[in-house]
Design a protein around this ligand. Sequence first.
Ligand SMILES: [Mn+2]
Length: 349
Amino acid sequence: MSEILHLADTHIGTRQYGLAERRADFSAAFLQAVELAIAEQVRAVVHAGDLFDSRNPSTEDLRDALSGLLRLREAGVPFLGIVGNHEQKRGVQWLDLFAALGLAVHLGPEPYPLEGTRIYGLDYSGRRELELPRLSGGVLVAHQLLDRIATVSGELKSAQLLDCGAELILLGDYHEHQSWLERGVLITYPGSTERWRASERSPRGVSLIDLETKRLTRRNLQTRPFVYIEADEDPLRRLKGEEVRGAVVCVYRGAGWKPEEIEEEARSRGALAVQFLEPGPAAPLAEEVELSGAQLEFLDLEETLAQELARLGLSREGQEIEAIIRDERIPDSNVDAEVTRLLESWQGR
Ligand SMILES: [Mn+2]
């Protein structure tokens, strides 16, 4: 058996709902995955990006990541990673720092040999054309949203990824577990390890993958309970009949109910947080595979925005900067750097 543990989108440092407890939850999920890897005696942990939620993690976040990496090193399990869009810095990456400390390997175009299998990595790139190594077999690790997953993102990269010649493609970025065979190649997302959005309802987990047989086994993580109350349910009745101590209670907006009463009831029963959600599918980038009515509305919105922007008569440069600011995939904390990079690229124009 030459199994690896594939995870991604741990988003350490996510202070969800402004709560210290939620920040700790994201670290705990990462550390749980680390312990699982050690217990399963995997040959390596492969992290497909977004280890951190931001390119400026706090000292607490760094401490938590380092404690997991130190545990793996103690246990003799290599940590192989790439950089995701959330944590990407200009120049030297956090992962490079961990690599310099001997705690991680930053996968790239040079193969990392793991028991006869070559493992390659590609950091997140927002470019349409990916700079892929030419492979004959081996594993490619990348942080990309494929067209198959999000048809409205304008990203059409699965063909490019498949053309590179890898026999197994381990991805990050999409927060739901997905696995499929395309042209005989196994392509898979492990999903996030904690609920980064309340709409990530399915159990969080990691994948164990046998590099020889390509057999994939899921392992769920114990994460903070989320209690979902549907729009057609009576929220107060649900709350009275259910244990919600320490849970995040998510209530889909329904007819004729009062948020204040629901919140008070949930809090009095010890809920950690109460969230009110709009029913219907979430933003397509994070969730939806197929086009639904709501997504078509989203497309119309984008179209309307584009028309309005055209009317403003922005210069080409202005349009490009505007696109960066509006790009959901670029976290707010990275907008400055992206715009700077763009400005620098214009200096030669
Ligand atoms: Mn992510």
